[in-house]
Design a protein around this ligand. Structure first.
Ligand SMILES: [Zn+2]
Length: 193
């Protein structure tokens, strides 16, 4: 996502050009955007991008953090697919038992702001790359194709599934389409679970 697109749903707090921590040039675009959400409260998004070397960093800070949380939302139709926004911080794990994926935050993980559609398209991308890597393994290819089919159905709003975000710092949110806020379940996250 282009950092310019990020301001659509929020208020720009700061924008400027700073020194890039990687190449040292004054070519780092810094933007901070405040998002206000009626259910979750205020969230600040930091986006840094260097025009010269391509260095990029996106992070989210949730001002009204509830501490370690698990957020669950069931995607029921195409409105949910196209109009639900996911703000996943760098430390959060995102999964869906029905679709069968589980993305752990790696050490270089970036924050992710996307619609459910964007997330599903990413899943198809990953499955396609894995299919190429595992082309000699019939069983893996079969499972990956099954997974892609399910994700395609989900994209059309024909497959109900839950999205679960587990964030030890409570910096992530799921923002459903207008009028569907009550569908979001927020639970305390037990660190040992
Ligand atoms: Zn740079």
């Amino acid at each position: 996502m282009d950092s310019n697109d990020l301001s659509i749903h929020g208020k720009v707090l700061y924008t400027g050009i700073e020194k890039c921590p990687v190449c040292g040039r004054e070519s780092l675009h810094v933007i901070e955007i405040l998002y206000n959400d009626p259910v979750f409260g205020d969230l600040i998004l930091y986006s840094n991008k260097c025009d010269y070397c391509g260095y990029r960093r996106v992070d989210i800070h949730y001002l009204n953090s509830r501490g370690p949380t698990r957020i669950i939302y069931e995607v029921k139709d195409d409105v949910d697919v196209y109009k639900t926004y996911i703000f996943r911080s760098r430390t959060a794990r995102i999964s869906s038992p029905e679709l069968g994926f589980d993305i752990d935050p790696g050490p270089d993980a970036e924050a992710m702001i996307t619609t459910v559609e964007g997330l599903l398209l990413r899943m198809i991308d990953v499955a396609e790359r894995m299919e190429v890597l595992n082309e000699d393994d019939e069983e893996s290819v079969r499972r990956l194709r099954e997974f892609k089919e399910k994700v395609q159905r989900a994209l059309q709003g024909n497959f109900r599934f839950k999205i679960i975000i587990e964030d030890p710092y409570g910096n992530s949110i799921i923002k459903p389409p207008p009028g569907r806020d009550l569908g979001v379940r927020i639970e305390p996250l037990n660190p040992s679970a």
